[in-house]
Design a protein around this ligand. Sequence first.
Ligand code: NDP
Length: 228
Amino acid sequence: MTITLITGANKGIGFETAKQLIELGHTVYIGARDVERGETAAAALGARFVQLDVTDDASVTAALATVEAAEGRLDVLVHNAGILADGVVDGPAALRAFDTNAVGIVRVTEAALPLLRKSANPTVVTVSSSMGSFWAVTNPERPEFNIPLTLYAASKSAATMLTVQYAKSQPGIKFNAVEPGTTATDMTAAYGFGRPAVESARTVVRLATLDEHGPTGTLQDEHGQLRW
Ligand code: NDP
């Protein structure tokens, strides 16, 4: 049985990723910051629920302690929780964006590492974004070139870099970042574009189900490796 934890999985891409991994036989813990939203989603999915706010150290520690007490290990961790931070650009907004999209990855990874080391095939997937790719945002041929999401892009660059640095410092654990594809979720609702989350979740699932010979330290989308 594969034990999987997905942050921010009460809706959107995280919810669909949970659904597909459960169909593949994983025992999935969905992390959600709001108890009611999390319990409702877990009941709908047949998943376990843990309260997990990636901006709150105590919440993260308690969530991983729950997984440890019940399972003794963690095989797959998906950093999915994220915010768009598309409003005003100032210090407080920057702190919020980086706290959720980047520092949250550090909190959850550090709390999860002892449990991941007990797995026979530990795998971490960071749902990052091609908005954090220097190559994409400086390439006029790419849609990211014209999207002015300053704080989101910068915090996703940090998310991807954290993935690369963890891949280097934790050679026994696979760490890969993923651009899931532009997706119609609550995050993008104001813009009115994107494909169904069920399609984007397939790329997350592909990276979450790598065998022990799979790549580490990559940024990928549905077509394979993306440039930095
Ligand atoms: P949604 O807004 O639908 O889902 C975001 C999830 O993150 C929600 O469950 C939300 O919980 C949760 N979340 C936000 N802050 C926290 C927190 N502090 N602690 C725990 N959970 C939190 O967006 P998507 O499904 O679209 O986004 C999922 C991931 O995919 C994000 O990392 C996003 O950046 C990334 N992504 C999305 C793209 C898109 O086109 N949609 C494209 C590229 C990347 P709550 O319900 O409580 O707010």
